[in-house]
Design a protein around this ligand. Structure first.
Ligand SMILES: [Zn+2]
Length: 264
């Protein structure tokens, strides 16, 4: 028989430790299974569940409309990894909001195993969301995505800080991000923006723009090609060019020093 009175108390929650609990914390604390939830309002709960269903309906519709290869809704429902990933994500995000420990993250892990798409349960995603093909797509914890956004395979919405703060991108409405593009840091991507495949974007992008390259450069705005770098929005430094310029200056300096020495 277990004698709880003789056990020591858990250092975190103060509950008595069971004889088999040899650590200083109880099993619940070690596993992180503590759940602190305020009383649930049934009306609010219903609203949230309807929101999930509406979101999911819009995602299936978006996949069907945006992919010319989609022949039927059954095909989309059963065979589209992006659709599976966002369905599981919407449920995981809801559980996270409820304060349920562990389960949201485990759901996202299951979704990743099935689809190759890694969406952190904390990410906020609007309706009509579509990830085409999907493998390798990563959406970080503090990402925010507007409505009618399409991502292709290999897209990363990544963080650039080790602090627990807003550290992932915010995307507006009607944004398309091409395959392999990396959007890094808490940057803002405006409405109606297209980002070219394999671009690396680390700075804000104004609405109605097209961005390509590494680092991402704005090449068109309002559907028109931008003839030259616009200092207001497009002053995007090229780190590689900056390094090469510094190296050139250094080499010139060293050459002058060598000449001076040879004249002495
Ligand atoms: Zn404990």
């Amino acid at each position: 028989m277990i004698n709880i009175e003789k056990s020591l108390a858990c250092l975190r929650c103060g509950n008595a430790l069971l004889p088999k609990e040899t650590y200083e914390y109880c099993s619940e604390c070690l596993l992180g299974f503590k759940m602190e939830v305020e009383e649930l309002d049934p009306k609010l709960l219903k609203e949230k569940l309807v929101e999930i269903l509406d979101g999911f309906t819009s995602d299936v519709r978006a996949a069907f409309q945006k992919d010319p290869a989609a022949n039927s809704l059954v095909e989309v429902l059963t065979s589209y990894p992006g659709v599976h990933a966002i369905l599981i994500h919407r449920v995981a995000h809801f559980f996270l909001k409820l304060g349920l420990p562990f389960v949201p993250r485990y759901l996202s892990h299951i979704a990743r195993q099935n689809s190759g798409i890694d969406i952190h349960p904390g990410a906020k995603i609007g309706h009509d969301f579509f990830i085409d093909h999907g493998s390798g797509t990563v959406i970080g914890e503090t990402s925010e995505i507007g409505n009618n956004v399409t991502l292709y395979q290999g897209v990363t919405l990544g963080g650039t800080s080790l602090e627990r703060m807003k550290r992932h991108p915010t995307l507006g409405n009607n944004v398309v991000v091409g395959a392999g593009a990396k959007l890094l840091g808490p940057i803002k991507i405006g409405d109606n923006v297209k980002i070219g495949a394999n671009s690396v974007v680390t700075k804000d992008v104004p609405p109605n723009s097209v961005v390509v390259g590494v680092p991402g450069r704005i090449v068109a705005r309002n559907g028109k090609r931008i003839p030259k770098i616009d200092l207001f929005h497009g002053d995007l430094p090229d780190p590689l060019i900056e390094i090469i310029k510094k190296l050139e200056a250094r080499i010139t300096e060293l050459e002058h020093q060598r000449e001076d020495l040879s004249h002495k």
